[in-house]
Design a binder for this molecule. Structure first.
Ligand code: ZN
Length: 118
């Protein structure tokens, strides 16, 4: 690591290796450690579960920060017209059976999403 920035001028802003913008302007998705985590690097699983006799669709395996789960939940709730919540385990729980639709939606966003369970 030590030699990586050797010779870098102090006046030159540190840039993002991916988008090459100064880090202050970079909008690349990053995890809590500040490392770039693109949708294709995440492999969410979408499964159905029963909650008190009702079906919910659960998305697990997304990075809560890089995927911006809070914003994703809001968008999904309005596009599906369904209730939903973000659990303590960073899983998105959407009311109703939307598994296949959510797998397709996540894939369209670039995630390596797969359906799991029955
Ligand atoms: Zn960037």
């Amino acid at each position: 690591m030590g030699g990586l920035f050797a010779g870098t001028s102090l006046e030159r802003p540190v840039t993002c290796p991916r988008c090459e913008l100064p880090l202050a302007k970079c909008r690349c998705p990053r995890d809590a450690k500040g490392e770039i985590k693109l949708p294709k690097d995440q492999s969410p699983r979408v499964r159905r579960e029963k909650r008190r006799g009702k079906v919910v669709t659960v998305i697990s395996g997304l990075d809560p920060k890089a995927a911006d789960l809070a914003a994703m939940l809001k968008a999904l709730r309005s596009s599906l017209g369904a209730g939903g919540t973000l659990t303590d385990d960073n899983e998105l729980e959407i009311q109703g059976d939307h598994r296949d639709r959510l797998v397709k939606h996540l894939q369209e966003l670039g995630y390596s999403a797969k359906a799991s369970g029955g």
